[in-house]
Design a protein around this ligand. Structure first.
Ligand code: ADP
Ligand code: MG
Length: 697
């Protein structure tokens, strides 16, 4: 699998073919940075540069910016107060500055003999007695200056820059720097050769623009960013091609049948957007390779019924369908709702959750294994090893962002069944209300087809969002009373207590008690994660049936819960919640025809980020806009919930600022794959060596 670049050298840069574990102490430190062989070292690129090419006058130094002067020592001494430290004052023709070391060696003291001329390098800052440098580096004045900017590499504890530089220089001499891009693409996108880019970044030539290098706008950086994004796109395209080679049960939509009966039985008509996505999914299910589709639609856009149509088609074609939700409350609601739609049409359903009694579980497992249960709804319990499916053809994951990558894999593995000697992989439909901003979708989910419901069912009115300080709790109680008097229902969400689940539970119980006392005429329920399943179900059912006016809840109701008559949402300590979470919570109201209100109670003073989050909630109800702002506030890694063991998803390119390069890389993918397959392989080899595992999922 070596391409033209032959980038898979096995030898570590520091001699000796070190394996992934072991080796000398130095090698182990390199390995911690993902540096195994020369090919890794050459793409370990500087974080920034230091300009040591010239000497500045003391008067030219800018506080906060590293600088370098040559100056004469006026005096130096070891001071004992406020703590032991080495102190010196140096001057040149333009001024003087103080130097300070809190840790120092006798040799440094000697170096600082009065009258000596020294080169001093460090960052100027404003100290107690005027401008000073803390822990500056010293060297002899007059020694030759470097000709180029000095690279500063990402490093790890106890690994000095000098060792990294040495190893990288060695690797530069050994590694194959030949290009993995054909000339045609270099010309097309105005890119410089790989070898040039790499050399420039490790050893910027005299006169290279410090600014361009720092801001990663230098042509060398542009080339590297292109390479990185191309590698990512290529590997995703490869994943897609591999998926197309897998086999899945063919589940065609035969005219009429179950889906039509479902449509005829609904009390509402599907929106145009729902019809479109139902068609997209129907076409996927009829293909002989597994569907891998994300159904995206804002909270309340009606994704569940779309899943029901997909299930109906699969069941009509003779397959089993599994629907998995991240919380028991939501799974139970789905069981309820899908059952109400499909059971009257003759579909057999089963329910599987962790809390099921032994007898009920046994019966459910038998129904699933024997194939009698056609639709199986549940929580993570569905992927437990005991569950055997008879012929699973479709998996639906609701609120898919709540599941870990491992859980998703587990579920699809579960469905692999051997039919006539061929492995059949079930189709998979992921549903999410958390919209993935376009650039993210392009970069990370290229092997996911995306269907979007961009329309809400008719008659919905936007939710009115109010920001109210904690101090005005009385006013909030008044709103609750007014809403309930109109025959409607309300949620009261208790504050998130990050430090302790027990504390959070206590808060919910206290809040419930407080509300019962403050609103004696109201029927008030309480639901939280520690409640037994039966009790939880009972409360939710009572709320659905309108027997509870006000539901006090923890975030267990965050996702999916659907009670259209509820029109008021109170969120206490809204400043503690994340933006996506607030949007989800707010989405529990505004599901019926009534005008709905969401009250975000907050406790001043607000931190800057909290203020921005609440402002976003106040300013927009559009999930897409919210997601974009969330991305801006949190950055892509956290946004996706994938913080890979310290290894960033993208090391050099940035999705925000390099959108144009993302587009070019995407455009280049088919060219590479069709016309230059050898180059494509070499390119992946160079850039994806240590990251294959991540991309497989
Ligand atoms: P979400 O996309 O948040 O999962 P749901 O599937 O829970 O939304 O649907 C929200 C509510 O809208 C449900 O009560 C559902 O029955 C209802 N609904 C879905 N589609 C339509 C439609 N086309 N017309 C009217 N109501 C609909
Ligand atoms: Mg939902």
């Amino acid at each position: 699998m070596r391409g033209p670049a032959g980038a898979s050298g096995g030898a570590a840069a520091q001699g000796g073919g070190a394996g992934p574990r072991g080796g000398s102490l130095l090698e182990r430190k390199f390995q911690r940075l993902g540096l195994f062989g020369p090919a890794d070292f050459i793409v370990h690129l500087p974080l920034r540069y230091e300009d040591e090419t010239r000497i500045q006058a003391i008067a030219e130094l800018v506080p906060g910016v590293p600088g370098q002067v040559e100056a004469e020592v006026m005096h130096s001494e070891v001071q004992l107060r406020p703590r032991r430290q080495l102190h010196a004052v140096v001057r040149d023709d333009t001024g003087q500055i103080a130097l300070r070391w809190l840790h120092f060696y006798p040799s440094q003291q000697k170096q600082l003999a009065a009258g000596r001329r020294l080169r001093v390098r460090g960052e100027l800052r404003h100290g107690f007695g005027g401008y000073e440098m803390v822990h500056p580096r010293l060297s002899a004045a007059g020694s030759p200056l470097p000709q180029a900017l000095t690279p500063v590499y990402p490093t790890t504890d106890g690994l000095p820059q000098a060792s990294l530089r040495k190893a990288i220089d060695q690797a530069l001499a050994q590694a194959d720097l030949s290009d993995t891009l054909p000339d045609a693409l270099l010309r097309r996108y105005g890119l410089i050769p790989f070898a040039d880019a790499i050399r420039v970044l490790h050893h910027p030539p005299a006169g290279a623009s410090y600014q361009d290098l720092l801001e990663r706008e230098h042509p060398a950086w542009l080339r590297i960013k292109f390479d990185e994004l191309l590698a990512q796109q290529l590997s995703l395209a490869e994943a897609r091609a591999a998926r197309h080679k897998q086999r899945a049960p063919v589940l065609p939509a035969r005219g009429g049948g179950l889906p039509r009966a479902l449509r005829d039985s609904l009390p509402f008509a599907l929106t145009a957007a729902q019809k479109r996505v139902v068609r997209e999914i129907a076409a996927d299910l009829a293909r002989p390779f597994p569907m891998h589709r994300l159904l995206q639609g804002d909270v309340g856009s009606g994704k569940t019924i779309v899943a029901a149509f997909a299930a109906a088609q699969a069941i009509a074609a003779g397959s089993q369908v599994a629907i998995m939700a991240p919380t028991e409350i939501l799974a139970e609601q789905h069981y309820h709702k899908l059952g109400a739609w499909l059971r009257p049409l003759g579909v057999e359903t089963a329910w599987l959750a962790g809390s099921l009694g032994a007898k009920a579980r046994k019966a459910a497992l038998e129904a699933v294994a024997g194939g009698r249960a056609q639709l199986v709804v549940g929580t993570q319990a569905l992927i437990q090893e005991k569950v055997d499916f008879h012929n699973l053809g479709l998996i639906v994951l609701d609120e898919q962002h709540r599941f870990g990558v491992g859980q998703r894999l587990e579920l699809s593995r579960k469905g692999e069944s051997v039919v006539a000697g061929r492995n059949l992989i079930p189709h998979q439909l992921n549903m999410s209300a958390t919209p993935i901003p376009r650039t993210l979708a392009m970069t990370f989910f290229a092997d996911l087809d995306v269907s979007i419901i961009d329309e809400l069912p008719p008659g919905r009115k936007p939710v009115l969002t109010k920001l109210i300080s904690d101090a005005r709790r009385e006013q909030v109680l008044g709103s609750v009373m007014a809403e309930v008097r109109k025959g409607r229902q309300a949620y009261w969400v208790c504050p998130l207590v990050e430090e302790s689940e027990a504390l959070q539970l206590q808060t919910a119980i206290d809040t419930h008690a407080m509300l019962v006392q403050a609103l004696p005429d109201m029927r008030i329920g309480l639901v939280h994660g520690k409640l037994a399943t039966a009790a939880k179900q009972e409360v939710m059912q009572a709320f659905r049936d309108g027997e509870i006016d006000l539901l006090v809840a923890t975030t267990v109701i965050e996702v999916g819960v659907d009670v259209p008559n509820a029109s008021l949402m109170i969120i206490e300590h809204a400043e503690r919640f994340g933006l996506a979470q607030l949007h989800q919570l707010r989405g529990r109201v505004g599901r019926g025809a009534a005008e709905s209100i969401c009250v975000l109670m907050y406790q001043p003073p607000l931190s800057g980020v909290a203020r921005q989050r609440l402002r976003a909630m106040y300013e927009t109800g559009d999930g897409f806009e919210i997601a974009q702002r969330d991305l801006d506030l949190r950055g892509p890694g956290e946004f996706l919930g994938v913080r890979q063991s310290g290894q960033e998803l993208l090391r050099f390119a940035s999705l925000e600022t390099d959108a144009r390069i993302v587009e070019q890389a995407q455009e280049a993918v088919p060219i590479m794959r069709d016309q230059y397959p050898e180059h494509a392989r070499a390119h992946l080899d160079r850039w994806m060596r240590n990251r294959k595992d991540y991309l497989r999922t």
